[in-house]
Design a protein around this ligand. Structure first.
Ligand code: NAP
Length: 248
């Protein structure tokens, strides 16, 4: 589905929450979903970045987004429940979630992983995703066909030396997705993972500082899969982990 050509109105009338919407792939997904008709809820920890994405979306003539300033690392289930209540009050339902926010941590040998960093990466990449999903399910169930997309990585399917904490967090992400997909079979909710593959963002530069970024796909290049999984053309797709760049 990497050559998927989305209709211009694919997401018309849909309300979609994107985490980590201020930068990188999340910012591009928000712009792209808005361009295809969605009302986007931009969740992130750096308000100035969220405001810049908000301005771009409004200036492009798309539906006005909402901003949720939230640091997932410090957020609790009650923050997520309050946010869900606000979404339900304002929009009546939630049609989609793109769980995109993640941190890389430091690459190091497994024996040198610092405990606090392990806990911090798991808090953002795994615990936050789990508690946010739990809180959002009632709003997602109010939509006709809601799509929840988790963001995985190649190192979340096959372990790789020195990628310990991040890799384990992505294995957990795949497990969360599979469990939910099985639980919600034949329901109005579907759960899938997306693996962007090497993409030109800050996180990629942090992981591979010597790499020439011009050799990489941009976030805009990988959007067909993000559109496919969020829109109704993927209504029968559940429990899959799909690659934006199968050969990377
Ligand atoms: P990025 O450029 O670093 O963007 C990550 C976004 O997540 C940023 O907007 C960041 O906020 C936000 N974020 C991080 N921690 C947060 C927290 N505690 N609370 C709220 N927001 C937080 O990364 P990216 O490359 O676009 O990555 C997007 C997703 O793709 C991630 O899940 C990543 O693991 C995955 N991925 C990326 C690649 C790649 O090559 N780029 C490959 C495989 C998988 P700030 O802007 O405030 O920092």
């Amino acid at each position: 589905m990497n050559d998927y050509q989305a209709p211009a109105d694919l997401l018309k009338g849909k309300v979609i929450l994107i985490t980590g919407a201020g930068d990188g792939i999340g910012a591009q997904a928000a712009r792209t979903y808005a361009k295809h008709g969605a009302t986007c809820i931009l969740l992130g920890r750096t308000v100035s970045k969220l405001e810049a994405v908000y301005d771009e979306i409004v200036n492009a003539g798309s539906a006005e987004p909402a901003i949720v300033p939230l640091d997932i690392k410090g957020a609790t289930p009650s923050h997520y429940q309050q946010m869900t209540q606000t979404i339900t009050d304002q929009f009546g339902k939630l049609d989609g979630v793109l769980h995109n926010a993640s941190v890389l941590g430091h690459l190091s040998s497994f024996k040198d992983i610092e405990q606090q960093e392990w806990l911090d990466v798991m808090q953002t990449n795994v615990n936050g995703t789990v508690f946010l999903t739990q809180a959002l399910i009632p709003a997602l169930e109010k939509a006709d066909n809601a799509s929840v997309i988790f963001t995985t990585s190649s190192v979340g399917r096959k372990g790789r030396a020195f990628w310990g904490t991040y890799a384990v967090s992505k294995f957990a992400t795949e497990g969360v997705m599979q469990t939910l997909a099985d639980e919600y079979q034949n329901k109005s909710l579907r759960f899938n993972c997306i693996n962007p593959g090497g993409t030109r963002t800050n996180m990629r530069a942090q992981a591979f500082p010597a790499e020439n970024p011009d050799t990489l796909k941009t976030p805009a290049d990988i959007m067909p899969m993000y559109l496919y999984l969020m829109g109704n053309d993927s209504i029968d797709v559940n429990g899959q982990s799909l690659d934006c760049q199968p050969k990377r």
